[in-house]
Structure formats: C-alpha cells, structure tokens
Design a protein around this ligand. Structure first.
Ligand code: BTN
Length: 318
C-alpha cells in the first residue's frame, strides 16, 4: 500500500487530499494517515496541509520497496521485495526464503551488509547507503550443469544496465566481473540449491559500487561516482538492472543460451587477450579465444591445445 501512495504522490502536480487517496485506494482516511506516518518514518518528506492534503517534498536515497517498485517495468523480478537496513548477507536471507518456497523473482536487498561475500571466499565491502547489494531468487528449469550460464546472463544484464543508465563503458571480465578499464565496478555471485538432477533454486547476488568515494574503495575497484564525477540514483540503476536481467532471462528461456553468449562476446574484455587462470593447485596461461556452449572459457595454450575453464580467477596479461 505504501508503494501505491508514493506512486500517487509522485504523479501529483500539487496536493493530494486524504479523501482522494482513500477513495482511489479503497482504504479509510485513518489508514491513509497511518501509511503516511510510516512513510515519513522511512525518510519521505511529506507535507500535510489541512484542507489541501498531502504533498511529497522529497524521497529518501534508499532502496526501499516503494522506491524500487515505482515505475518498475519488470513483471517477475522485484514483484516481491524484502528490504533490510543492515543484514549479514542478502545471500543467506534469500536462501532461507528459497527453502520456504518463496516465488521466483523475489528480491532481497539491503543498505549495508556486515558479512557481504564474494566469489572464492572473498569479502564484499558493503558501505551503508553507497552501493547496491541484492540477491534474487530464481527457479530455472534447466539442468544443474547449465547453472553457470545464469552468471553470464546477469553479467551482460548488469553491464548493459550500467552502460544505458550512466553511459560508462563497462565490460565483462570472465566470468562475471564488471570492469571499467582495469577496475572492478560490480561482481556477481551465483549460489545453487539442487538435487542430483534438478535445480531447486538459484540465488543470484549482485554488488555494484555506485556512490563510493575513493577512500572506501580498494585500489582495484571503482564506482559510478568515481567514473562520472557525480552521485547517481541507486534506485534508478537497480530498476534498470532488474528490467534488463528479466528481459535476458526470458530470452534465455525462449531461445536458449546462444543469444546470451553472443551478447556476452560483444561485451567481453577477456576474449582475444593473453590470460592467466589461477586455480587452487595450478595456473594456466594462453589466449582467451571464446566461450563454450556452457559458458566455460576456451583458452589456447602456447602449444596450440585449446582447453576449457569452468571456474577460477582470470588475470588479463595484455
Ligand atoms: C564477486 O565479485 O566476487 C561477487 C560479489 C557479490 C556481492 C553481492 S552483494 C549482495 C550479495 N550478498 C553477498 O553477500 N554477496 C552478494
């Protein structure tokens, strides 16, 4: 209901009376007043003038469901949003919901995480109110072995959303790092709950550096603020990401991996480069020549033999 009231107030050209809102939303005027009170507590600045009604003066810079749902074009992703001010990791919260059969597209997002995690056991620094930190529940009907394709699908979606909304020339470092030049701006973590032959649910976790200043970023990282020199709305970018990733997810369901793979190739910063892949016990060097039908990276070693990597850390050598 809060979302509906905010959407009303955002559309209004001036004041909206309690009576108009109560009629349109079929709730009592007391209920309207209670929702307005809640919205004010969340940080909305709403002016109330007797005999004229309510007027929205400003919205908080938060990833509140009412902010994300306002104007969101996606039909599945973000239809249900679970919001936290501070949480351990959105991955864990989403996983609990996954086990409780929560529907596909449910989004868990937070202003900050105390135990944000990345790939290969790394930490994801999650400064309060600066970045986007979310986990999305998916229930794809695909074999377990194909789950890695989803990581690539989200990598292209995030890359496209950043390019479209900010104009930054983001590219993908295999498999799922979103880079601007040599610096990382966003990362994706895919976790799976599956039986031998069936995926129960997938959690796609995404971290994007949006308004972080240099002082809180690692040397190897950048943010949208650092790239464009001004603050950017996290809610606007998050909506674009949800819309793009839903569009690509539906395309994947309809047409398979091939259109996703070709978009990935055109956004890749890895293909054509000399790379080194570090795995726990060995290191491989060679030229990254393509991605395979399952999303694995094909590397031509110096002896001409082409091998496939399905996981690991890629270092661009030149
Ligand atoms: C990586 O690049 O290693 C992946 C980083 C993924 C970070 C996001 S932030 C939201 C979600 N919650 C987590 O704990 N991790 C992911």
């Amino acid at each position: 209901m809060n979302e509906k009231i905010i959407s009303f107030l955002k559309k209004a050209d001036g004041y909206f009376s309690g009576e108009q809102i109560s009629k349109a939303l079929r709730i009592s005027r007391t209920a309207v007043w209670k929702h307005i009170k809640q919205l004010k507590q969340e940080g909305y600045n709403i002016e109330a003038v007797s005999r004229r009604g309510y007027r929205l003066i400003s919205a908080p810079d938060k990833l509140l469901p009412s902010e994300i749902k306002n104007g969101l074009q996606a039909k599945i992703f973000g239809q249900k949003i679970v919001y936290f001010d501070t949480v351990g990791s959105t991955m864990d919260e989403a996983s609990v919901l996954g086990f409780q059969n929560e529907m596909e597209g449910t989004l868990v997002c937070a202003e900050s995480q105390t135990k944000g995690r990345g790939r290969l056991g790394r930490t994801w620094i999650s400064s309060k109110g600066k970045g986007i930190y979310f986990s999305l529940i998916l229930r794809p009907v695909i074999p377990v072995a194909e789950a890695a394709k989803l990581t690539l699908l989200f990598a292209i979606s995030v890359c496209q959303a950043i390019r479209k909304s900010t104009g930054i020339n983001a590219m993908i470092k295999w498999p799922n790092d979103i880079m601007v030049g040599k610096k990382k701006i966003s990362g994706i973590l895919t976790e799976l709950n599956a039986e031998m032959d069936r995926i129960n649910f997938v959690i796609v976790g995404l971290g994007v550096n949006v308004n972080e200043t240099k002082s809180v970023l690692l040397k190897s990282a950048t943010s949208i603020y650092q790239e464009i020199g001004k603050k950017f709305s996290r809610a606007v970018l998050l909506k674009e990401i949800l819309e793009k990733s839903e569009e690509n997810y539906l395309l994947f369901q309809k047409k398979g991996f091939s259109p996703i793979a070709s978009q990935w190739r055109s956004l890749s910063d890895t293909l054509g480069r000399r790379v080194k892949v570090d795995e726990t016990k060995k290191t491989t060097e060679g030229e990254a020549v393509d991605i395979d039908t399952d999303g694995g990276l094909l590397i031509r070693k110096d002896d001409g033999v082409v091998i496939k990597k399905i996981s690991g850390d890629v270092i661009h050598l030149r």
